[in-house]
Design a protein around this ligand. Structure first.
Ligand code: DGJ
Length: 754
């Protein structure tokens, strides 16, 4: 064992400069400094994409070791092979001091493991060593690892998106032992950042209060974000961004902000219980480990079986949080969404929920549909209340037949009318739930998640069907397939209005029951995939009492999400701001509803409500029976304006010019089309004081040499503002305009004219 002084010297060889001002040089500097290492030494794996490079290698112990993640390196730059770190005194072994790519729990590992296993004989020690690498194309690696003595194999998959530099990582565990093993903890990936000072950004919320962006300095120790709810959850979203506080800048280090500095980000594609652990280790490395939530977890892997993790995406931007979110938006559009790489723009929808709640019937829905069509709505969606004995939330879930009193001739007359009005038709469903007061529950009380003999906790008077069961899966897929086959339905709003309790599954042996956390979600994904295959024209929205199931897993199968049940247009500005850090506006449905708002009793003008919702994919959810003729005129005009700029808003580069966070009196966003031919700007006031006007807006992302013409959607410029000026003028000089008063809103577009 090294004595303290010796140990320090040895460590210094690796970590020279670790605690110096340019901390990044330490971790990656050690590798780069010895870039001349002969090619015959241990392998280094490197992936380049967009403006990022990611590299890892195999050290002399056989561990897979993180080497570099950051700005793109030169094509001929050599990254030196990995060398493990020595122990830190007698307390931290190299297993802990060396930043491993995917650490098995064993050998004195005190940082977060990626994989923890109990073997049939009671052994709980796991040491994963590199076996081989396959490099099928220049954008991906498949790495095989194996325990030092047992027949446990781990396949790590790496795939780099050449355009955005977003890396997809996942792991697959295979048991080739003769006995089953119990997987107690399994991450999809571990990410290592260079030692530096950072700010951690993460999203939290609750029902009707989703998408709060939190920002705090990262300190030593671990921060844990998770869902134990069986689903993604409102309380935290599986996304993170870590911005560097001492990013290299032209005049010295600067704190990464909205539009400058280094940011590392990640998002997990999983809609079940999940966990991220963000650690700053005692040696100042920052590690993010994320995957299945190990709480109440245990997956029995029988001989010959595999367990594959979801994908954990990670990316790097040198252009602040704004740059990071623009990369993520592009990646989601091009690689994640079911209609990638060019998903259709979302139709402007009308949804009846806030107008009628459960009180739907043929006459009432047709009356709303006629009014919706008159303002330019593209899709009419009937929400909850159309099926079984559903008159409120006490009954009916599970009984997916059309209520004969409300729709005596089925859905066809309504659907035909909606089509005749020039719209397509969408329908609300909540397939994974059942009310105890339903034929389904009376027939199959064993179909719900439960522990026999224990209470079955109800929430919103409903229980969760155990979708992990093959018979439940078959039932759910069967009724949805029938519904879509028998009716001309273009869209499903797929709701999910509670989280799990008593997650028992007594049809399988006790040591396999916790597979429910995985099998449930896999069956959900399988049903969604099957339905899309069988009914390719059907689009789907993921909703869970608002934003309780928004993640890149479900977004692989659904075209849009419902961010929140809170449709207050002022609250929505902050939510939309938070949402946009992780998800593209293309998937963000935003409805215009009634004023005063039911949640905050806040009164706002229809124009304000429309402009707030136009920041995403626009919908109307108001009671149109109460609208005045002027309301219809306003809505028709602004929906037409929205249609003409929608592509720029939802597919362009988003710049958050003024954040609505922290009680800001003002907020503003700008979206610039990919070819820079158009920009759309929204501006909102919360309140103005002492006669102060709206702050000067210096735009971003335009072509400085092109000329742009301003066209007002709502509002007007101050006297003297040119109608036409160069991109340089709009970005450097900036624009002042007249927007005062409480809950004011303005919007304009800039069209390139030369
Ligand atoms: C919760 C959703 O978020 C609402 O939009 C609405 O569909 C209700 N469920 C219906 O029960």
């Amino acid at each position: 064992m090294l004595r303290f002084g010796e140990m320090k010297n040895t460590l210094n060889e690796h970590l020279m400069g670790l605690f110096s001002a340019c901390l990044v040089q330490l971790f990656f500097g050690a590798a780069l400094a010895s870039a001349q290492t002969p090619a015959s030494s241990a392998p280094v794996f490197r992936l380049d994409g967009g403006n990022a490079t990611y590299a890892f290698g195999v050290n002399e112990r056989g561990d897979l070791q993180a080497l570099y993640w950051g700005g793109r390196l030169g094509p001929n730059d050599v990254i030196a092979p990995a060398r493990s770190f020595p122990e830190w005194a007698s307390f931290d072994s190299p297993n802990t001091t060396t930043p491993q790519e995917f650490a098995g729990w064993g050998g004195g590992l005190f940082t977060e493991p990626a994989l923890k296993i109990t073997f049939a004989d009671g052994n709980r020690d796991l040491g994963l060593h590199f076996v081989k690498a396959t490099h099928a194309s220049q954008d991906n690696y498949v790495i095989l690892m194996k325990d030092i003595s047992r027949e446990i194999y781990v396949t790590l998959r790496y795939s780099m998106d050449p355009d955005t530099g977003v890396l997809s990582r996942s792991a697959d565990i295979e048991n080739r032992e003769k006995e089953p093993v119990m997987i107690e903890q399994l991450a999809a990936a571990q990410w290592t950042l260079p030692p530096a000072h950072y700010t951690l950004n993460y999203l939290t919320g609750r029902w009707a209060g989703e998408w709060t962006l939190n920002q705090e300095p990262l300190r030593q120790g671990a921060r844990v974000f998770e869902s134990r709810r069986g689903t993604t959850g409102h309380q935290a979203n599986p996304w993170f961004a870590i911005s560097r506080q001492d990013s290299p800048g032209p005049a010295g280090p600067l704190t990464a902000g909205e539009e400058h500095g280094e940011v590392w980000f990640g998002a997990l594609a999983w809609s079940g219980s999940w966990r991220f652990t963000v650690e700053e280790t005692q040696l100042d490395f920052v590690r993010v480990t994320g995957g299945f939530n190990p709480f109440d977890f245990g997956y029995k892997l029988k001989p010959g079986e595999h367990l594959e993790t979801p994908v954990f995406y990670g990316g790097y931007s040198s252009r602040g949080l704004g740059g990071a979110s623009r990369l993520l938006h592009k990646f989601e559009i091009a690689r994640v969404l079911p209609q990638a790489p060019d998903p259709k723009l979302r139709p402007v929808i009308y949804n009846s929920w806030e107008a009628t709640e459960f009180n739907v019937d043929q006459t009432g829905q047709i009356a709303l549909a006629e009014k919706a069509a008159s303002i330019g709505v593209d899709r009419f969606v009937m929400d909850d209340g159309w099926f079984g004995q559903r008159k409120d939330d006490h009954a009916g879930l599970g009984d997916w037949y059309v209520n004969p009193k409300k729709f005596p001739n089925g859905l066809k007359p309504l659907i035909d009318k909606v089509h005749a009005l020039g719209m397509d038709f969408g329908l609300w469903v909540e397939p994974e739930m059942v009310n105890p007061d339903s034929d389904l529950y009376r027939k199959h009380p064993d179909w719900v998640l439960n522990f026999p003999g224990r209470p079955r906790t109800e929430q919103r008077n409903q229980m969760v069907l155990n979708l992990a069961r093959p018979d439940v899966r078959e039932y759910v897929e069967g009724f949805l397939d029938k519904l879509l086959s028998e009716n001309d339905i273009a869209f499903l709003k797929w709701d999910y209005n509670r989280n799990w309790s008593e997650p028992g599954w007594d049809q399988v042996p006790p040591d396999e029951q916790r597979r429910v956390y995985i099998d449930f979600i896999r069956n959900l994904y399988a049903i969604l995939a099957d339905l899309r295959r069988k009914h390719p024209k059907v689009e789907i929205e993921s909703c869970s009492g608002g934003g309780g199931r928004v993640d890149l897993g479900v977004l692989h199968y659904t075209d849009e999400v419902w961010p929140s049940d809170n449709t207050d247009p002022f609250d929505r500005l902050a939510m939309q701001d938070g949402f946009s850090y992780a998800y593209t506006p293309q998937v963000m449905m935003a409805w215009v509803t009634d004023s005063p708002h039911w949640l905050n009793f806040r009164s706002t003008s229809l124009t304000y409500r429309l402009l707030s919702s136009m920041q995403g994919s626009l919908g109307i959810g108001a009671n149109l029976n109460k609208w005045t003729p002027e309301d219809f005129t306003t809505a028709k005009r602004l929906i037409a304006a929205y249609h003409s700029v929608q592509r720029t808003i939802v597919r362009g580069d988003l710049y958050r010019l003024i954040s609505p966070r922290d009680d800001s009196a003002f907020s503003s966003t700008e979206s610039v089309s990919g070819d820079k031919s158009q920009a759309v700007v929204f501006a909102f006031t919360h309140s103005t004081q002492e006669g102060r006007g709206f702050p000067l807006l210096q735009l971003r992302g335009l072509d400085p040499n092109a000329d742009y013409q301003v066209i007002w959607i709502e509002g007007k410029a101050l006297l003297g503002t040119p109608d036409r000026a160069s991109g340089a003028w709009w970005m450097n000089h900036g624009i002042n305009f007249d927007l005062r008063g409480d809950f004011g809103a303005a919007a304009f577009r800039l069209d390139r004219v030369r």
